[in-house]
Design a binder for this molecule. Structure first.
Ligand SMILES: O=C(O)[C@H](O)COP(=O)(O)O
Length: 228
C-alpha cells in the first residue's frame, strides 16, 4: 500500500515574528529545527521510513526535510526540489505583520486573504524589496505577483501528478516537506475537500501527516503520525 508523508516546515523566523512570508526565503528557528528533528525521530520510532523525498526551493522546507531525514537515518535517499511545492505567494502582504494588517484592514478581510479559496492577496508592487524575479533559483520561471489557494493548486497538482504520483505507484514511501498552503493544496486533492471546506483546514508545523493510499492512489486513511 503506497504511503505518503506530508510535513510542513518547522517554525520559521517569520512564523515566530507573525509576518506574512509566502515565497520570501526565511530560515527555521531553533524551535523549528527541534520540531523537524522530533518529526524524524517519530518516523524512525514508528518504522515509517521514507525512500524518496520532495521539497520546495525554500530554505525552511529544505532544512526541515534534512533535519527529518537525519533524525530518521535517511539523509541518503534521493530528493527533488521544485518551486511548484513553494508556499503560496503572499503578494503585497509579504513582510507585513499579520496582527497589524488585521488591525488596519479588519479581521474579516485578512481571513479572506489568508484562507479564502480564490481571492488572492493584493499583488506585490513592482520594484518591491520582496520581488524575487531576479533570484537565480527562479531563472526561467514567471514569478507570480500574488497567489490564491486556487492558483497554488494549479501548480502543485500538476507536479504531484507528474512526479509524486508515479513514485507512489512504483511503491516508494514518499515524504514531502513543504508549506502550509502547498500542503493544503495536496490535502484538498487527496481527501476530496470542497472549495468551501478547505478554508477551515490548518496544517501545523513539523507534524507528519500520513496518507495510506490504494493502488489507484485513492486515500484509504489520513492521520497525524503522533496520534497512532
Ligand atoms: O506564508 C506564510 O506567512 C505562512 O507560512 C503561512 O501563512 P498563513 O497561515 O497565513 O497561510
Amino acid at each position: 500500500m503506497p504511503r505518503l508523508i506530508l510535513v510542513r516546515h518547522g517554525q520559521s523566523q517569520w512564523n515566530l515574528e507573525n509576518r506574512f512570508t509566502g515565497w520570501w526565503d526565511v530560515d527555521v528557528t531553533e524551535k523549528g529545527a527541534a520540531e523537524a528533528l522530533a518529526a524524524g525521530a517519530l518516523l524512525k520510532e514508528k518504522g515509517l521510513l521514507p525512500t524518496l523525498a520532495f521539497t520546495s526551493v525554500q530554505t525552511r522546507a529544505i532544512k526541515t526535510l534534512h533535519y527529518v531525514l537525519e533524525a530518521a537515518g535517511r539523509l541518503w535517499i534521493p530528493e527533488t526540489k521544485d518551486w511548484r511545492l513553494n508556499e503560496r505567494h503572499y503578494g503585497g502582504l509579504t513582510g507585513l505583520d499579520k496582527a497589524e494588517t488585521a488591525a488596519k484592514h479588519g479581521e474579516d478581510q485578512v481571513k479572506i486573504w489568508r484562507r479564502s479559496f480564490d481571492t488572492p492577496p493584493p499583488p506585490l508592487d513592482k520594484g518591491s524589496e520582496f520581488d524575487l524575479s531576479g533570484d537565480p533559483r527562479y531563472a526561467g520561471i514567471d514569478v507570480p505577483a500574488t497567489e490564491s489557494l486556487k492558483d497554488t493548486i494549479a501548480r502543485v497538482l500538476p507536479f504531484y501528478e507528474a512526479a509524486i504520483a508515479p513514485a507512489l505507484k512504483a511503491g516508494e514511501t514518499v515524504i514531502v516537506a513543504a508549506h502550509g498552503n502547498s500542503l493544503r493544496a495536496l490535502v484538498k486533492h487527496l481527501s476530496g475537500i470542497s472549495d468551501a471546506e478547505i478554508t477551515g483546514l490548518e496544517i501545523p508545523t513539523g507534524q507528519p501527516i500520513v496518507y495510506e493510499l490504494d493502488d489507484s492512489l485513492v486515500a484509504v486513511d489520513r492521520y497525524y503520525l503522533s496520534e497512532r
